[in-house]
Design a protein around this ligand. Structure first.
Ligand code: SF4
Length: 289
């Protein structure tokens, strides 16, 4: 039977604030999985801590809510254990670009076959509105009452320079476009980053849906070629260079490269879970449980 978007629904009521960008984001993700015909048992969604962390509860796949900033190490471990799985890591800008930045850097350069979706709302939402690494200069938050003075982190630029092999940005206010970017990321063999403008309607009163709608445009409409690294790097800086008058969304960069898993002789031919390893964990259980 064909998989439909409804197959990824859960009974649990989503507790995000009404109007939160996470609704558009999760709709795009479920739609992407359905379009690709993924069975729920083939997919693992690993999340960190934050409002985005609830995604693993709200989607009918395997799921794991990890520690703050530790989404990528858990996701990479899942992938190494069973390379047959589609592994999707998700977290917020604070989780991934702040607390977990070291994992982001190393997992990109290793090119694990993972899809990383970052709910980039440019603020810490769950903890009620502190500045995050992507908060814009001058933005007043609970931790920056006189305005942010630190240069915002540029995830697209860092990902292209850091070795990610699929680098895209979407907008939760455009779920149909975002769905296509997520599909491309899942189908890509290698580390895929989809940074997603996800309005936090409760705590970020600067970067609203309207704010994004006035600024975003689609790279594909401008004839951008994702295989052109130089052009991708230029586009990655366009928002800062235009003082956020223009914020491109779409696929910035894509290249084919062997994945970390492809280069590991132990799992090259067969996923680790199919090696029939017999490990007695009873002693460990006795000690730690
Ligand atoms: Fe969404 Fe912000 Fe509410 Fe969190 S606090 S659920 S990010 S609107």
């Amino acid at each position: 039977m064909a998989v439909t978007i409804k197959d990824f629904d859960v009974k649990e009521k989503m507790q995000w604030c009404p109007g939160c960008g996470n609704f558009g984001l999760i709709t795009a993700l479920k739609g992407a999985l359905a379009d690709l015909g993924k069975d729920q048992s083939e997919v693992v969604v690993v999340t960190g801590i934050g409002c985005s962390g609830k995604t693993s509860h709200y989607i009918n796949t395997y799921g794991f809510e990890s520690l703050h900033g530790r989404t990528l190490p858990v996701a990479s471990a899942v992938k190494l254990a069973n390379t047959d799985l589609t592994v999707i890591a998700e977290g917020g800008d604070g989780d991934g670009y702040g607390i977990g930045i070291q994992h982001f850097i190393h997992i990109m350069r290793r090119n694990y076959d993972l899809t990383y979706l970052v709910h980039n709302n440019e603020i810490y939402g769950l903890t009620t509105g502190q500045a995050s690494p992507t908060s814009l200069l001058g933005m007043k938050t609970k931790t920056t009452p006189w305005g942010v003075i630190e240069t915002p982190f540029n995830p697209i630029l860092s990902a292209i320079n850091g070795g990610a092999t699929y680098v895209a940005r979407g907008f939760a206010g455009e779920p149909a476009h975002l769905k296509e970017l997520i599909k491309g990321a899942i189908e890509h063999k290698g580390f895929s980053l989809v940074d997603i403008f996800q309005p936090c309607v409760t705590f970020n009163k600067l970067n609203t849906y309207e704010w994004f709608r006035e600024r975003v445009y689609k790279l594909e409409d401008m004839g951008h070629k994702p295989t052109d690294k130089k052009a991708a790097l230029e586009k990655a800086e366009e928002d800062t260079k235009t003082d956020y008058k223009k914020c491109p969304i779409g696929l910035f960069y894509k290249e084919e490269k062997p994945t970390y898993e492809d280069l590991l002789p132990q799992i090259k031919g067969k996923p680790l879970v199919k090696h029939g390893l017999k490990i007695d964990l009873s002693k460990a259980y006795e000690e730690f449980m």
